[in-house]
Design a protein around this ligand. Structure first.
Ligand code: 5RP
Length: 232
């Protein structure tokens, strides 16, 4: 199977958990797009859900498929959120997210969800976070250079994310600094340190939030459960 077929397989497995009457958080990215497509099919067949989108992109795709959208103002508690990830640490199911630029809304939706299910192909599994990718850090536009300098002080190498020669701007109107760290030994501590840095809005380390990871590989689907997650 090619990578898209693997993403689709993981996405469709996760959507088996969607039931009529649920409030469902919908993630952002190419894997999440397969989730949204499958949810669209269920809705067309009569399943009734309210979806909370994690980005304008996801909201638009959902509308096009006739999926009813709600907001966290109306539905502050979400039954199930399904999203992709950039890296999944095998031993903890902690994540790096945000290469698609939606990390802030994704983290808010994950935090509001009773159950947070992550869908990936097997190339996203790593022994230690930061193996392939830096940590995306969403920062206020004002004084971002000072925020970047403060991130250097805690061991990061920040780079302003660009899109076509301009700074990439998130749905929340912020910039993203992609920050490489030599080794991320303690992701909980790094998540905390980054979020204590003035100017940081949030960062792409998702620590202790994952309920389950559905991994698709050429040998089939593997479901990794987080037994330590109190949300189940
Ligand atoms: C967007 C994200 C995505 O979930 C992550 O980037 C994975 O994307 P893809 O499924 O396209 O590889 O965090 O902010």
């Amino acid at each position: 199977m090619n990578r898209d077929e693997l993403k689709k397989a993981a996405a469709e497995k996760a959507v088996e958990q969607v039931e009529s009457g649920m409030v469902v958080g919908l993630g952002t990215g190419s894997t999440a797009a397969f989730v949204i497509a499958r949810v669209g099919e269920l809705v067309a067949q009569g399943t009734k859900i309210i979806a909370i989108p994690t980005s304008e992109r996801t909201a638009q795709m959902s509308r096009e498929l006739g999926i009813q959208l709600g907001s966290l103002a109306e539905y502050p508690r979400i039954d199930l959120a399904i999203d992709g990830a950039d890296e999944v640490e095998r031993s903890t199911l902690n994540l790096i997210k945000g290469l698609g630029g939606a990390l802030l809304r994704e983290k808010i939706v994950a935090a509001a969800s009773k159950r947070f299910v992550v869908v990936v192909d097997s190339e996203k599994l790593v022994d230690h976070l930061g193996h392939h990718t830096g940590v995306p850090v969403e920062v206020a536009q004002f004084g971002w250079q000072a925020t970047a300098a403060a991130i250097e002080d805690i061991g990061g190498r920040p780079q302003l994310r660009l899109r076509e020669d301009h700074a990439f701007v998130t749905d929340g109107g912020n910039y993203i600094l992609d920050c490489r760290f030599d080794v991320i030994k303690d992701s909980a501590e790094l998540e905390r340190k980054l979020n204590m840095t003035v100017g940081v809005v949030d960062n792409g380390l998702f620590v202790g939030r994952t309920s389950q990871v559905i991994v698709a590989s050429d040998t089939g689907i593997t479901v990794l459960e987080n037994d330590r997650n109190p949300r189940g």
